[in-house]
Design a protein around this ligand. Sequence first.
Ligand SMILES: Cc1ncc(COP(=O)(O)O)c(C=O)c1O
Length: 442
Amino acid sequence: MSIEKRQILDMNAFDRHLQGGSVAEQVKRRLSNLGSTSVLFYQEPIEMVSASGAWMTAQDGSRFLDFYNNVLSVGHCHPTVVEAISRQTARLTINTRYLNRVVDDYLEALKARLPNDLSNLALTCSGSEANDLAMRIACKVTGKRGFIVTENAYHGNTQAVTEISPSALKTQALPEHVVTVPAPGRSNYPDGNLAEGFAQAIEQAACLLEKRGYGLAAFICDSVFSSDGVFAHPTGLLTQAVECVHRHGGLYIADEVQPGFARTGTGFWGFEHHQAAPDLITMGKPMGNGYPIAGLAARPDYFDRFSEDVGYFNTFGGNPVAAAAGHAVLDVIEHEGLQQNARDSGRYLAQKLEALSESCNCISEVRSLGLFIGVEVSKNRSIEEPDPQRASAIIAGLRYQKVLIGAAGKFGNVLKIRPPLCTSQAEADFFINALSTVLSES
Ligand SMILES: Cc1ncc(COP(=O)(O)O)c(C=O)c1O
């Protein structure tokens, strides 16, 4: 039986025709405001009113452990970040056309976390804007127009970025200048060496783009392939692939919007694990712990070349409040040892999940890098038999155990688990107990 591919926004989606009760009323209200673009989690969505640390509180007073949200990465409403935003909002909010030391202090603190050669930054308001800019820079500096992405990649929502986000497309085919490769997972490359298999796929894709007359401007990938289903192993996975990209004259864009800012535990950025140096790095989501800030890092000569044709200005991007939020996030990660906690808690959770998978027949693989975890839900423990219905039932069951997680993967059968970096052992245990209960019931 063939399994239907799932579009990213259709996973764990709400019932648009929910009837009866106050939640149904709120859903109706949302639909009347946002129309068909409304996106809500869970068949019966949850109305949230407040949050702290790893927990969110709903309208009815119930508390949910948030193991899904990797924006509020240092913890919901972290007092240091809240204080920094409040202080700067009360003092000055302007754009980057005025000098302001809060902004340059932040840029320098962020650069200290980046490879030395990528010493120029552009600050934006969203990951989509950062990736859109990365695509434009890649086309300009290579003189080519083709892009390689993974089969179920998501890189954002502008027109150009949607075209390189196969998981966002519902009906239309990918344009000719975009070629996909299967994500580097065992089921896609069953014949052994993942790094080699993936590099061969990149080679074929680059040749196809050349044959079509576009050439290779860039290979862009999320460093943990999160929407593809979370893949990051073995270490050095991308070394050969990136060598191949460079041989074809293209750039390697590391999309760190999901894995960046210490989540992977072993490094501050996901790409560090792949032992391949990016030509451009994009970042966002956890960067301001909820305040909209994202960005791109590049070599100065790339910015020089790009600026020959057009300038780049972003009204809200890099405003002092965003910079204050971003700086506070860097400080909290450092002072609270959150990268270390991501590594230790991630290891603890992965071990517990492995142990749990022994006692149930629906988990075929647990994949993790720090606090980015994917659990492959399959029939008969076979990675060849994805089971999206069971994955949906587990996600729904966990919601009633007061734990929030999400889905990923081409078929939506991978449990996507992203606890906040401040997760305690007690919270990890709460999650494992809840999952164990749901697995025994579903
Ligand atoms: C890997 C990746 N890149 C880029 C984006 C786009 O970021 P934003 O939603 O901030 O535009 C996302 C959003 O989910 C993402 O997951």
